[in-house]
Design a protein around this ligand. Structure first.
Ligand code: PEP
Length: 256
């Protein structure tokens, strides 16, 4: 059987200036040892303006922490005021980029086509997309969550071959659980993660066994271990709790 290395990714959202970012990364580095950082891959996803500072701390201290961005443009360069390209992020050493977060789908009206373009833009510069999918409360109440997130996933992976799909991380984030304090039960998370892996396997074959499927939505140190214990859940995308050093460190130590 394939063993998938768990990934804990902290989405800082629009929080922390670059000084605060440096302080947080230093605290994480101080609190997590080499063994913990090899058992679990730990990644921070700061706002764009913090990335250079985070890179400097991580490089200077040869820290085993990864980092990435929360979004990118579909365009490689040009007259797109306010946008940031994949190659700019790659130059800053980003390994990951969040794509299709529900806050961007909702507040910036990002649709599946745009999201698929962003996934391809990230892969074209060697950055792994963390592709977010998730249902709203109405869809969950109607029992249509698996169909809904399956459609979002296939749309986000549009035009990719199996090798490219193998570089994608999937984040299942039920919208009703994001920032609300309501966490899906481990069984809810497994139901969807398992269905997504089956779908990936039917469409792309063997590579589905190595793709990491994260759960996101009010993950905390108190609930992380029970969710991670599920067969198809390979990590967490953590929002609110990721800017609290102590809490995020406890989450990253979930195997202990
Ligand atoms: C997120 O923003 O991806 C998220 C899961 O947020 P929170 O952990 O705050 O629910």
């Amino acid at each position: 059987a394939v063993t998938r290395r768990p990934l804990i990714a902290g989405n800082w959202k629009m929080n922390l200036n670059h000084f605060e970012a440096i302080a947080l990364v230093q605290k994480l580095a101080f609190s997590l040892d080499e063994k913990q950082l090899s058992d679990v891959e730990v990644v921070v996803l700061p706002p764009y303006v913090d990335i250079r500072s985070v890179q400097t701390v991580i490089d200077a201290d040869k820290l085993l922490l990864g980092y990435g961005a929360q979004d990118l443009s579909t365009h490689p360069n040009g007259a797109y005021t306010g946008e940031i390209s994949g190659s700019m992020l790659a130059k800053l050493g980003c390994s990951y980029v969040v794509i299709g977060h529900s806050e961007r789908r909702q507040y910036h009206h990002e649709d599946d086509e745009l999201i698929a373009g962003k996934v391809r833009a990230a892969l074209s510069v060697g950055i792994s997309p963390i592709l977010c999918v998730g249902e709203g409360l109405d869809i969950r109440n109607a029992g249509d969550q698996v169909a809904h997130v399956s459609a979002q996933l296939l749309a986000g992976l549009d035009r990719l071959n199996a090798e490219e799909v193998g570089k994608v991380v999937v984040a299942y984030e039920p919208v009703w659980a994001i920032g609300t304090g309501k966490t899906a039960t481990p069984e809810d998370a497994q139901e969807v993660a398992g269905a997504l892996r089956t779908l990936l396997s039917e469409r792309y074959g063997e590579v589905a066994q190595s793709i990491r499927i994260l759960y996101g939505g009010s993950v905390k140190s108190a609930n992380v271990a029970s969710i991670m214990a599920k067969a198809d859940v390979d990590g967490a995308l953590v929002g609110g709790a990721s800017i609290d050093a102590e809490e995020f460190v406890s989450i990253c130590r979930f195997p202990e």
